[in-house]
Ligand binder design. Structure first.
Ligand code: ATP
Ligand code: LTN
Length: 334
């Protein structure tokens, strides 16, 4: 809770290019929450450096991501959209919480194990303590909910454990957050290996639909999507490829699984794949148009960056000061 209103926090890494999974699993769902919650959406550039980045590229991608947040429909007057590195309280609380998180619990995080195995020559300490920084992000804003895709559930569980541990020592300091994960879209699968989630780090460019892919590219990628060979459009756990496409089509058109199965009864995969591609291209077109418009308006984006960093700092510092006091850091002399 903040100011008597429920609050929420979410973030995305400024690495790679946003894909359909990021959009359907997270970003698209954020828009409908803006009236009910005091909302904070962060470009988590401090998380990004746990994997080596090219500086100019990181800066460019961070700005593009922030612009995409707005292009996707988040109104920066109602939602606080900012860069993590502009609010030092994230790093400060993260250090404190490191002293309340255990090596054992951090070593059980699947994202850590996964990323460590992919970056064997750079398993740095930041990669290991990454979830503590994420806990700090969430707890700084006394967040009630954290809207994310399914893969982040374990990190939110850890955040809850840290918050409860801290509260049990010092009293009610942190709101204990709940994950907010939608049933549909929470796990969009790769178009090439439909048993794996669609991922930014996938080297096969045909496996993911990127938010700024043009219509032809989107349709071509769906045409090439890997499916089984029985040519029946039916949602089933033994048909991961076609089930993934049915779910994506459902979100893009608002149709239920049953409606889609009925619509394509007796029709072939070829026809269905084109329909999915066209529906996704149509869904993304307005986001893309707004993105290219906004990108040109440097002064406007700069003003969002400045104003929202100030707003985020204000709330973050409030929580940080409370924590510092509770744990016994000396008071500031003014
Ligand atoms: P990668 O896609 O390479 O695994 P990531 O998970 O680090 O990258 P982020 O930008 O940090 O991607 O994730 C942003 C949001 O998108 C998170 O809420 C995450 O849960 C969600 N998300 C990521 N991949 C998917 C997916 N395939 N389906 C649904 N949601 C997803
Ligand atoms: N770890 C997340 C990104 C992230 C995040 C957060 C999400 C960093 N801090 C706080 C929600 C709340 C990821 O890799 N997808």
């Amino acid at each position: 809770m903040l100011n008597g209103k429920k609050s929420l926090f979410s973030g995305m890494q400024a690495t790679g290019t946003l894909h359909l999974g990021n959009y359907l699993g997270a970003l698209k769902n954020w828009i409908e929450l803006e009236d009910e919650y005091e909302s904070f959406y962060c470009v988590v550039d401090m998380h990004s450096i746990t994997v080596r980045q090219e500086p100019a590229e990181l800066r460019r991608k961070a700005r593009a991501l922030l612009t995409l947040y707005i292009a996707a429909g988040l109104n920066p007057e109602k939602n606080c959209i900012y860069y993590q590195s502009h609010v030092p309280a994230h790093a400060e609380l993260s250090w404190i919480l490191n002293c309340y998180a255990y090596m054992g619990e951090l070593s059980r995080m699947t994202q850590y194990k996964d990323k460590a195995s992919k970056n064997e020559n750079n398993i740095n300490a930041g990669l290991f303590t990454y979830p503590v920084l994420m806990a700090a992000d969430i707890l700084l804003f006394q967040s009630d909910i954290v809207p994310v895709g399914d893969d982040q559930k374990q990190h939110i569980e850890l955040t809850r454990d840290i918050a409860q541990r801290f509260n049990s020592i010092y009293g009610d300091v942190f709101t204990v957050p709940e994950p907010y994960i939608k049933k549909t879209g929470a796990r969009i699968m790769s178009l090439q290996e439909p048993t794996k989630k669609m991922s930014k780090s996938d080297e096969n460019l045909n496996a993911s639909i990127f938010l700024l892919d043009d219509s032809d590219t989107i349709i071509r990628k769906f045409k090439r999507a890997v499916t089984d060979s029985d040519n029946e459009i039916r949602h089933s756990s033994d048909k991961p490829g076609i089930s993934n496409l049915i779910e994506i089509y459902g979100i893009a058109t608002g149709k239920s699984i049953a409606e889609t199965e009925k619509e394509f009864e007796g029709k072939g995969y070829g026809e269905f794949k084109i329909a999915v591609g066209e529906s996704v291209a149509a869904m993304l077109k307005p986001v893309q148009d707004r993105f290219y418009e906004l990108e040109k308006d440097k002064a406007y984006i700069d003003s969002v960056i400045k104003n929202n960093a100030e707003k985020a700092s204000y709330y973050a510092n409030k929580t940080l000061r409370k924590v510092q006091k509770k744990i016994g850091f000396p008071e500031r002399i003014r």
